[in-house]
Design a protein around this ligand. Structure first.
Ligand code: ATP
Ligand code: MG
Length: 251
């Protein structure tokens, strides 16, 4: 079980800003255990803010978030986050980046090694264990980021536009790989993106937010069968959803 709920949440930034800024208003959401949800909405509508609060980086000004009924307070490795910016440690090899979480949480050498082997393979970085981040492409660094979060064995993965900066082909490959990892691990995934096609391809449900202050405009249940294939992106069912959601976004 790892169900996240957001209840009557509003958030206003008031510290260090000349005027208080309400970023999120009256948000109610439910992310069922094991589901894949994407959140889309125009830049600045509060998507990263919402995700950071789910990670426990700060509290909402009103309302609450719960994980399996318990109010979320502070960070916990059970809620792993892949940040919008690349967060790979440049001074660690690929393998050491991947096993960072288990290492700082006191795992034995054997457990660290096992995590490295498992997640390097799962994110497609076999053969690159001893490379430094500066020797990797942008897509490979994202793979390290994702493997590092999975190595903590979180119940919930919070992903903030992880593939935003990548070219279309790399993106498609990473999306398919992510779906495969999600299928095998059955973790709850909450995925922020600007890209409607990406959201439809990946998700069970898509949350469409309005411009700031972000509110929930619509929740789309994606009925496309799984496993998803790249050919599906061109089907009329897929394109109908894309057109519908595109018309709901603030342009
Ligand atoms: N710590 C902060 N203090 C004050 N204002 C903030 C803070 N963090 C974010 N904001 C403001 O809150 C609004 C929402 O920011 P957020 O990063 O959540 O948007 P977003 O939907 O993730 O946008 P993007 O799609 O561009 O990443 C923005 O106007 C931003 O300037
Ligand atoms: Mg953001």
């Amino acid at each position: 079980m790892s169900e996240i709920k957001v209840n009557n949440l509003t958030h206003t930034f008031s510290k260090g800003t000349p005027e208080a800024l309400t970023v999120l208003e009256d948000i109610n959401l439910s992310f069922p255990s094991g589901s894949f949800t994407s959140i889309v909405g125009t830049s600045g509508c509060g998507k990263s803010t919402l995700l950071k609060m789910m990670a426990g980086l700060f509290d909402p000004t009103d309302g609450e978030m719960t994980l399996d009924g318990a109010v979320i307070r502070g960070t916990d490795r059970k809620r792993g986050m892949v940040f919008q910016q690349d967060a790979v440690f440049p001074w660690m090899t690929v393998a050491k980046n991947i096993s960072y979480g288990p290492r700082i949480h006191g795992a034995s050498k054997a457990e660290q090694q096992a995590a490295e082997t498992k997640w390097i393979e799962a994110v497609g970085l076999k053969g690159f264990e001893d490379r430094w981040p500066r020797e990797l492409s942008g897509g490979m660094r994202k793979r390290v980021d994702i493997g590092r979060v999975y190595a903590n064995d979180p119940d919930v993965l919070l992903m903030d536009e992880p593939f935003g900066a990548l070219d279309a082909q790399t993106k498609e490959r990473l999306q398919s790989d992510l779906l495969e990892t999600w299928r095998q691990t059955q973790k709850t995934v909450i995925f922020v993106t600007h890209d409607l096609e990406e959201a439809i391809f990946l998700s069970d449900q898509i949350v469409v937010m309005s411009a700031r202050p972000g509110r929930i405009r619509h929740i789309e249940e994606v009925a496309l069968p799984r496993p998803r294939s790249n050919e599906m992106r061109l089907t009329s069912e897929f394109l109908d959803i894309k057109r519908k959601l595109w018309n709901m976004l603030d342009h």
